[in-house]
Design a protein around this ligand. Structure first.
Ligand SMILES: Nc1ncnc2c1ncn2[C@@H]1O[C@H](COP(=O)(O)OP(=O)(O)OP(=O)(O)O)[C@@H](O)[C@H]1O
Length: 256
């Protein structure tokens, strides 16, 4: 299975009734088991693009299609920055939410929920309610809920940006461990360059006004352990290359 984003453009009408071109001529693909990160300054259209790929928004031009699905509809799961958990449901009940929609047996539902709750490290908190959880734990519930539906494509929009720096670093490590086990095709949005280099097989750098692809960079570092000392120089070179691509746009974004 491969996700192809072909000539995608998106135009919005602003509050002043002006046409805003958020995205123009976007072409790339996401291979099976590939982790692709979209990075760029504020307002370059990252979220708009993720929402188009996730089917939440329709493009003004171009198309997104899934190759190799036969006639099957693709199964997608999205994790947002602010995870909307049901406060009246426990961790377990939140995780099974997406599965309830699908026709799975009670036994399978329980097995899957337990498996993914364990994967995100929340077995002890299975019966807890969201208000009893820290920010990082809530994000884990959201990730567990997304994984439980075993999606063809996992979409993540700044999932850790509301967390403190230490929790964020730990969650990035955990996400890689989880990814290593599930090998899900993933599209991940961030404005954090270090995070992009840490997680990605490929980084897509967007420019703004209009949002276009400025560069696509293959990260030639081992997926696991790329934060280690021996890779530090190469890691920083990638981060610097991306920053140089984004810098001018980021300065412009600050002025708005
Ligand atoms: N519903 C909308 N109506 C009008 N304009 C919109 C709408 N959604 C997005 N835009 C505009 O499209 C552009 C891209 O927005 P988008 O939120 O996708 O950027 P982003 O890169 O995700 O930004 P950030 O990093 O700040 O979240 C911006 O100029 C934004 O103002």
């Amino acid at each position: 299975m491969k996700i192809v984003i072909e000539n995608v453009g998106k135009t919005f009408t602003s509050a002043k009734k002006e046409q805003v071109t958020a995205l123009e001529d976007i072409n790339f693909s996401i291979d099976e088991k590939e982790f692709v990160v979209l990075v760029g300054p504020s307002g370059c259209g990252k979220s708009t693009l993720l929402n188009i790929v996730g089917g939440l928004l329709s493009p003004s031009s171009g198309s997104v299609y899934f190759e190799g699905m036969m006639d099957k509809e693709p199964n997608l799961a999205i994790v947002f920055q602010e995870i909307a958990l049901f406060p009246w449901r426990t961790v377990y009940q939140n995780v099974i939410y997406g599965l309830e929609e699908k026709k799975v047996s009670k036994q399978e539902l329980k097995e899957k929920a337990d498996f993914y709750i364990d994967m995100v490290g929340l077995t002890e908190f299975k019966d807890a309610y969201p208000k009893q959880l820290s920010g990082g734990m809530k994000q884990r519930v959201g990730i567990g809920r997304a994984l439980a539906v075993e999606p063809d494509l996992l979409l993540m929009d700044e999932p850790f940006s509301a967390l403190d720096a230490q929790t964020r670093t730990l969650m990035q490590e955990e996400l890689l461990t989880i990814w290593n086990r599930t090998q899900l095709s993933t599209l991940y949005v961030t404005h954090n360059i270090q995070e992009a280099v840490y997680l990605a097989d490929r980084v897509i750098v967007l420019s703004r006004h209009p949002g276009q692809i400025k560069s696509i960079i293959d990260i030639d570092l081992p997926k696991m352990g790329r934060g280690e000392e021996q890779y530090r120089d190469k890691f920083e070179r990638y981060a610097d290359e991306i920053w140089q691509l984004i810098r001018n746009d980021a300065v412009e974004a600050l002025k708005e």
